[in-house]
Design a protein. Structure first.
Length: 424
């Protein structure tokens, strides 16, 4: 499989804000990178050529197509990309426009230009447009977050967990042990994880994005030394499903982080790494001892496992009803085939869940970007480092949704008081 989207800096050209290069130059005092006014001498010829190749790949153009559109001979473009000829400034401007980026984005000293395509090629198989779109979306969002961090002079804090390679033997046992160890390492005890996305973002420093896209893909994971762990979760799925996807990808981060992962909708994969990740997710979200204790408390005095029991336990752990019952089966708290029995007898419905949980059943909404990316975008907007149009393109949002997001983050009058100003 091919990750044809590249990790690149995303300072998009905006017809309403042609002075963006000048504005970005103002950031240098805050840790931002060099602008195009500093020239191209600080970038090695082969480095700039590689950045141009990545940008061309991301634009899905062949060398022949790009050369023809830019008015260059194909041999000239090949020489530029291979670092055998330095690109002229006018040529760079033309190529930047063609590739949908900017000269500043290509030439900044601190810009992130990483190509993860080689990792995804190793997965093999035919190119799937749905997978291609999902992985490109993840690449774009990570690039956007890195770009905003660079503009603000922010250094991302990472807390990568210890690696636990998958060993010979029962992967389910290994996953259970590794999930318990990670909880201890994070200091979160054995209670339910109420917000795994925030846990991944704030405690581990992973880059996590929840976006709505084709339902055939549940999530995607990639890791790079420069940007860390990157996870995409399908916002079209229910909250409990998204929690499982996040925990599943966390399992890959712990065990096989050097290999990207695409989690597809449907039956669990049979590869050892997939069975490990699924078992890890179950163990991390529903720790064995806590599950046993709560099961005992909730079913006390009962002779049968009821739908009400399942609904309450699943709600307490924030997992799906199926995941909860299958976990009970694995822990031998329920007979094998219990979930299949429920399915054969009208299932456990959302209507029944609302009857049991009442207002606690709640309504789910998916924010357009993660909370951290939300705040970064608002700060960049407040400092006038990017225009509204540039931010919308960077975050792959329409401008109406972006405007609503920014309005929600505008500080109230009392919150803007000098007494509440953070110390620099």
């Amino acid at each position: 499989m091919w990750w044809c989207a590249s990790w690149r800096s995303y300072e998009r050209r905006n017809e309403e804000n042609t002075d963006i290069v000048a504005k970005v130059s103002d950031v240098r005092a805050m840790g931002g990178g060099a602008t195009m006014s500093a020239g191209l001498e600080h970038i090695a010829t082969d480095n700039l050529g590689e950045r141009l190749r990545i940008a061309r790949d991301a634009a899905k153009l062949t060398q022949a197509e790009a050369a023809a559109s830019a008015g260059l001979a194909r041999t000239t473009l090949v020489a530029i990309e291979h670092g055998q000829r330095r690109v002229r400034m006018e040529e760079l401007r033309t190529l930047a426009r063609l590739y949908g980026t900017t000269v500043n984005g290509l030439s900044r000293r601190d810009a992130i230009h990483l190509d993860l395509a080689p990792q995804f090629r190793k997965l093999g198989g035919a190119v799937d447009p749905v997978v291609e779109d999902a992985t490109r979306l993840l690449a774009d969002l990570v690039s956007a977050e890195v770009e905003l961090e660079n503009l603000l002079g922010i250094q991302r804090t990472r807390n990568d967990p210890p690696r636990r390679p998958i060993l010979p033997g029962d992967v389910t046992i290994q996953a259970e042990q590794d999930a318990t160890e990670l909880r201890q390492w994070l200091g979160i005890g054995a209670g339910p994880v109420l917000d795994i996305v925030s846990l991944l973002e704030l405690r581990i420093g992973a880059r996590v994005f929840v976006r709505q896209f084709d339902g055939k893909i549940s999530g995607a994971f990639a890791f790079d030394d420069a940007v860390g762990a990157c996870i995409l979760i399908n916002g079209n799925h229910r909250p409990e499903r998204r929690a499982h996807t996040a925990a599943h990808e966390l399992g890959h981060f712990v065990s096989t982080r050097d290999r990207p992962d695409i989690l597809r909708d449907g039956p669990p994969g049979q590869a050892r790494s997939e069975r490990y990740a699924n078992a890890f997710a179950s163990a991390f979200l529903t720790p064995a001892r806590t599950t046993m204790q709560l099961f005992q408390d909730i079913t006390a005095g009962s002779s049968h496992l009821s739908r009400r029991h399942v609904i309450l336990l699943a709600h307490m752990f924030g997992v799906s009803r199926e995941a909860l019952v299958r976990r009970l089966e694995a822990l031998k708290l329920a007979r094998p085939g219990t979930w299949d029995w429920f399915q054969d007898h009208d299932g456990i419905t959302d209507v029944q869940a609302r009857q049991v949980l009442g207002d606690a059943a709640g309504q789910d909404s998916v924010p357009p970007v993660s909370q951290r990316l939300n705040l970064l975008a608002a700060e960049v907007w407040r400092r006038e480092l990017l225009s509204e149009g540039q931010l919308a393109r960077l975050l792959r949002m329409d401008r109406v949704a972006l405007r609503a997001m920014l309005d929600d983050l505008e500080p109230a009058g009392d919150e803007a008081a000098d007494a509440l100003r953070l110390r620099g």
